[in-house]
Design a protein around this ligand. Structure first.
Ligand code: FE
Length: 201
């Protein structure tokens, strides 16, 4: 009886970009430019950032008008105030949703995102479909995320670049006057910081 099943381990598929990064990493280690612990520290630091950081910034802005003013005028200073370490040299710009205006963030060219604050972007953010449709038909995209901005609300699409990274300051949901900062932060989703949706209510 012959066995047609292969017992070989499935070959790992590595993208050309990943292969290039690994080669560069190996060279930097070999030349002593970086050490293995430095690489690991930097990975851990990157992994520790998450949309929870954005939620903290927004919740503080909702309860503290001075902090909100700082967040809108100097996003990096506001982030530093809450113990986050915004990367340089990219600018971190926070744009405010109002009853008249809704902001949506995209990077039409690639996947620029305020990683220093929010960590890595979701996969769909990097897709060609999102990058093109967010600009062409932002309302249709938001509808697919379950959000329908009221008629008459102006939609502003911000195109991120290597130098300028955006985050949305969503509107505080109604009937949340009794909630404290931490409870408010739980309402703020990653998608609402990108603008494809609004916070939970
Ligand atoms: Fe990009």
């Amino acid at each position: 009886m012959s066995d047609h099943h292969s017992h070989e381990e499935p070959r790992q598929i590595i993208s050309p970009y990943a292969a290039r990064i690994r080669a560069i990493e190996a060279l930097l280690l070999e030349k002593g430019v970086l050490t293995e612990p430095e690489v690991q520290d930097s990975i851990s630091y990157m992994e520790a950032r998450s949309p929870a950081n954005g939620a903290k910034l927004v919740a503080r802005a909702w309860v503290n008008p001075d902090f909100k003013a700082l967040l809108l005028s100097d996003g990096k200073a506001a982030a530093s105030e809450l113990g986050m370490a915004p990367e340089h040299p990219a600018e971190f710009i926070v744009v405010e949703n109002t009853p008249e205006l809704h902001n949506l963030i995209v990077c039409t060219l690639c996947s620029c995102y305020p990683r220093a604050i929010l960590g890595r972007p979701p996969d769909w953010y990097k897709s060609f479909e999102y990058r093109s449709r967010a600009v062409r038909e932002p309302r249709a995209v938001m509808r697919e995320f379950g959000f329908e901005p009221p008629e008459g609300v102006e939609i502003i699409v911000h195109d991120s670049t290597a130098d300028v990274r955006y985050m949305v300051l969503p509107m505080r949901p109604p009937d949340t006057e009794d909630l404290g900062e931490e409870e408010l932060a739980e309402l703020i989703t990653r998608d609402s910081l990108i603008g494809v949706n609004v916070p939970r209510s």
